[in-house]
Design a protein around this ligand. Structure first.
Ligand code: ADP
Length: 262
């Protein structure tokens, strides 16, 4: 009797856990579908606003249009993040490599980010090399940068500064290929991150002071995706203290380029 009772309990637990998993999966599928549906109208809101901003001569109206643009872009980024999160969850993230000048690409992301920034924060972009042709996934690199930059701007008060420095380390070139490490360093003079939190901020859903209402909003998904995207590039991401106060995020990615033979 006791054995049968134990077997029954085990079966019940298994059935309940399967049911819970199914419900979780349905919820996630629902969120993913809704997110997907939100993308088209958002894109259709953004493109006419951009052309209206270009044509508008009245300063006040232009400022308001830019505010609408900024917030629509933010919504689109959040929706895309939800979709990436689901893809990562199902191990369906794929690396789509193209070959191009990564320095120019990073510079363009930083410039366009600056246009969307709301606070008065000093911003600089520096690179140790003027250009570097390599293979990378443009969509993933731009998401890595946008996440790190939006955190840096979010946690830095007005009057502070954010900088991006790019360095090519140990670059070796032979006749067939070029390889090395590209270091991207995003530094801010914001709140900073304690040593204990440094070990967890790349975990999924982790937020500093996660038990309290977070005045900065967010979901704790961004840095986890950053880590996934960096690792897909054969790289590594970590954070240190900025000696001037604030945080310093390092992204090291593998430089790889097959040189075509003449
Ligand atoms: P969130 O959506 O909460 O911003 P993230 O995964 O991007 O999620 O970040 C996780 C946590 O790491 C944040 O809640 C924040 O507390 C901390 N954090 C991230 N970037 C910075 C930064 N530049 N300065 C201070 N804290 C940061």
């Amino acid at each position: 009797m006791r054995r049968r009772e134990a077997e029954y309990k085990i079966r019940q637990v298994r059935i309940e856990s399967e049911k819970k998993h199914e419900i979780d999966d349905m919820k996630l599928r629902f969120f993913t579908n809704v997110s997907h549906e939100l993308r088209t109208p958002l894109t259709l809101i953004i493109s006419p606003i951009i052309s209206m901003i270009k044509d508008e001569t009245d300063d006040d109206k232009r400022r308001k249009l830019m505010l609408i643009h900024r917030n629509s872009e933010r919504l689109l980024t959040l929706v895309n993040q939800l979709l990436d999160f689901r893809r990562a969850d199902m191990n369906k993230l794929q690396l789509n490599l193209l070959t191009g000048d990564i320095i120019n690409f990073l510079n363009n992301i930083c410039n366009s980010f600056l246009l969307l920034a709301e606070k008065k924060i000093k911003f600089s972009f520096k690179s140790s090399i003027p250009s570097l042709r390599m293979s990378f996934d443009d969509d993933k690199i731009s998401k890595i940068m946008n996440n790190l930059l939006s955190n840096a701007f979010k946690f830095t008060p007005e009057g502070g500064s954010v900088s991006v420095t790019v360095k090519a380390k140990t670059l070796c070139t032979d006749q067939k290929e070029q390889s090395g490490i590209l270091e991207i360093n995003v530094v801010d003079t914001g709140l900073g991150i304690s040593d204990n939190d440094k070990q967890h901020i790349f975990d999924r859903f982790y937020q500093v002071d996660g038990n309290h209402e977070n005045p900065f909003g967010g979901s704790g998904v961004g840095l986890n995706l950053v880590k996934d995207f960096v690792e897909m590039h054969g790289g590594n991401v970590y954070v240190e203290d900025n000696p001037d106060g604030g945080s310093s995020f390092f992204v090291d990615i593998h430089i790889f380029l097959i040189l075509t033979q003449a």
